[in-house]
Design a protein around this ligand. Structure first.
Ligand SMILES: Nc1ncnc2c1ncn2[C@@H]1O[C@H](COP(=O)(O)OP(=O)(O)O)[C@@H](O)[C@H]1O
Ligand SMILES: [Mg+2]
Length: 348
């Protein structure tokens, strides 16, 4: 719905439409006055927010508001205060990796929204679009893993302020229930494993987890990845983020059989890059947990509440079979997971 909405001048007593909220946000954050808002263009792709590009008289910005009910087929609700957690996560990323960050213009508690730089230009692209287009993988996985590793490690350093990120309840609601518990209900053979894993992830708090490290939330500005959409951010278990991202690459490997090997090589590169940053726990223990979470998420993206849209029935069955095998006979190394996924190449 890429409609362009022109703004009327008189907004008093108008319903709280997206456009009105954008104007109220611009005013509250003292970015400008309502009359400066020339145009609002909703951005598509997300399911959890109202997000759009706002053209002001002197610049273009991006604004985002959290939605209480997500735009997916299943009934899936989420607390709107996660907008604040997202803003705090973006601020944290900016402090750790300024070159991999966008400018932030403020957050409104009242409107549950925030404003940020709009990333645009010939050198800006969404990683997901590149991966689905069929382009040869360009090393984006290792670059993303380097960023993620730095962020995770920084969140375990002395002086890190975890106060805004005690969001384990939101994480359960947004991630563990719809992905792992819902999938457990549909797969009785591995239900116990998935439920135990969900409990482990829920109980953890060692690292600041982003919670949605997906190619659709990563914009590259030239070769620098910029991670967006941190509304699930919480103190939690480090395994979740690398497993979540590697899972997307694994699913793309099933979606693009001709590039199966190249995409699995990207997964290997991802883990190799990320693993160099693990200082907060025994790397082999974290790797084994990551391998299991990866298998769980593979199954979750075919049988959970938010299945990926691009896999056909054959690929879905392949992913399901591999995931069930990896859950019942777990691999302890990411490399072993990949070897087993490659062995299954025969039925591509
Ligand atoms: N600051 C930004 N600049 C340019 N594009 C953006 C920006 N933020 C988000 N987008 C685009 O909008 C899409 C949806 O934003 P996202 O924050 O992921 O929202 P949702 O929570 O709805 O998924 C992203 O996939 C990306 O393509
Ligand atoms: Mg998103």
């Amino acid at each position: 719905m890429n409609v362009h909405v022109n703004i009327k001048d008189d907004l008093e007593n108008m319903p709280l439409t997206f456009e009105n909220r954008c104007m109220a946000l611009v005013e509250e954050l003292e970015i400008g006055c309502r009359a400066d808002v020339q145009e609002v263009r909703p951005l598509t792709g997300g399911v959890a927010s109202d997000i759009g590009v706002v053209r002001l008289t002197d610049r273009v910005i991006c604004v985002k508001f959290a939605l209480g009910k997500l735009k997916v087929a299943a009934d899936w609700r989420a607390p709107v205060h996660r907008n604040r957690a997202e803003y705090e996560w973006l601020r944290f990323a900016q402090s750790v990796a300024p070159r991999n960050s966008l400018e932030l213009y403020g957050c409104s508690e009242k409107l549950q929204g925030f404003a940020m730089e709009y990333l645009d230009g010939a050198d800006v692209f969404l990683w997901k679009a590149q991966l689905l287009e069929g382009a040869t993988p360009q090393g984006g996985a290792a670059r993303t893993a380097n960023l993620l590793g730095r962020l995770h490690a920084a969140s375990t350093a002395p002086g890190f302020d975890a106060a805004p990120f005690h969001n384990q309840g939101d994480f359960r609601q947004l991630r563990l229930d719809p992905y792992l518990s819902y999938t457990a209900d549909k797969n009785p053979d591995v239900a116990e494993i998935l439920r135990r894993l969900a409990e482990t992830l829920f109980a953890a708090s060692a690292v600041l987890v982003h919670g949605d490290v997906s190619p659709k939330n990563i914009l590259f500005r030239s070769d620098l990845p910029i991670l967006l959409d941190a509304e699930c951010a919480t103190m939690g278990d480090a395994s979740f983020d690398p497993a979540f991202c590697m899972n997307h690459l694994v699913l793309k490997a099933f979606h693009r059989p001709r590039d199966h090997a190249a995409l699995l090589a990207e997964v290997a590169a991802f883990w190799a890059a990320y693993a160099r940053y693990i200082t907060w726990e025994d790397p082999s223990v974290l790797e084994a947990r990551t391998a299991l979470v990866l298998a769980a998420l593979m199954l979750a993206r075919v049988d959970g509440k938010s299945p990926v849209e691009y896999l056909d029935a054959v690929a879905r069955e392949q992913v399901r079979a591999c995931a069930l095998d990896l859950l019942t006979t777990p691999a302890t190394r990411v490399g072993d997971v990949l070897t087993r996924l490659k062995m299954n190449e025969g039925f591509q």
